[in-house]
Ligand binder design. Structure first.
Ligand code: C2E
Ligand code: CA
Ligand code: CA
Ligand code: CA
Length: 276
């Protein structure tokens, strides 16, 4: 038996052994999947709450596993973080999404903005500044979404320096899952983000719960006061969309508007899109 925190005794049971074996197998598969190019971008369109027009999209990683099919990020990002390859996933997803943008442009389609989820590992990646400096995308704003929880931790000098360089290169910084953690408004504002994304766990209970509704309104008001754009994610119903736009929320994202989709469906979606 092994001691594990707070005096608890962790027994090396067959179940634990099986779990460790599973994680090890997953890690090997992730490394191999990276070599095989199995990690791909999906795209979820975002809509301007006022005009109803497409204002951009969030890029979401998917693992196109040869045997298991499409695996969602919650099943591989945490393992990838542990074995320190998450920056490689972030990088390949980023490059592929930019290629997709190029192909859209070739058929006269464009996106005003493309937002990427980035891990701490990716911000610390020496390659990130180089790949952003050499970016040549006309007319599409690149944004990096960082979790609120990351921005509240002290990540050190390299992290802050890279964040500054990214801003100098014209990359927008968005605070993801705003309101989900021990939200310190001062802590988040220190980063001077362009956008805050209200966590979907605040959007969903909004219509049944007046207190949550007031909280969401307060976040929108903070954004207006500080001249920071506010995006709501997890917009699942037209009622959500209606309430959020009357609150003054700038951008909407969620199943009510569009689900995340592969590149093969994106052009068709953009071509056929009509505001609600
Ligand atoms: P997130 O950044 O909060 O992304 C939004 C998640 O909400 C996505 O889940 C999206 O599919 C889902 N979603 C969108 N609209 C709705 C809705 O109306 N209702 C509900 N219930 N969900 C909605 P997904 O794609 O499974 O991604 C999960 C998380 O994995 C993301 O959460 C993000 O933190 C992380 N992630 C995704 N792609 C990447 C990546 O390329 N790199 C890194 N480091 N993390 C990623
Ligand atoms: Ca995100
Ligand atoms: Ca989020
Ligand atoms: Ca999340």
């Amino acid at each position: 038996a092994k001691r594990a925190g707070r005096g608890r005794v962790m027994t090396f049971t067959p179940a634990l052994h099986a779990e460790l074996k599973r994680i090890r197998k997953r890690s090997d598969q992730i490394q191999y999947g990276l070599e095989k190019g199995e990690f791909i971008p999906y795209f979820q369109p975002q809509v301007d709450a006022r005009t109803g027009m497409i204002s951009g999209c969030e890029v979401l990683a998917r693992w196109n596993h040869p045997d298991e099919g499409l695996i969602p990020p919650d099943e591989f990002i945490p393992v990838a973080e542990q074995i320190r390859v998450v920056q490689d996933i972030d990088r390949t997803v980023f490059l592929q999404a930019l290629d997709a943008l190029e192909r859209l442009r070739a058929v006269d389609l464009t996106l005003p903005k493309m937002s990427f989820n980035v891990s701490v590992g990716r911000i610390l990646d020496p390659d990130i500044i180089r790949s952003v400096r050499s970016l040549q995308i006309n007319g599409t704003q690149v944004a990096f979404e960082l979790l609120e929880s990351i921005l509240l931790e002290e990540e050190g000098a390299v992290f802050e320096h890279h964040l500054d360089l990214l801003k100098e290169c014209g990359v927008d910084i968005e605070v993801d899952d705003f309101g989900s953690g021990r939200a310190s408004i001062i802590g988040v504002m220190r980063v001077a983000p362009n956008t805050i994304k209200i966590d979907r766990r605040l959007i969903q209970p909004m219509v049944e719960d007046d207190a949550v509704c007031g909280l969401v309104q307060a976040i929108v008001d903070i954004g207006r006061t500080l001249q920071i754009d506010v995006t709501a994610e997890g917009v699942e119903t037209l009622e959500h969309a209606h309430v959020l736009s009357s609150m003054g929320c700038k951008t909407l994202q969620g199943y009510a508007l569009a689900r995340p989709m592969p590149e093969s469906q994106l052009a068709g979606f953009l071509q056929g899109y009509r505001p609600l």
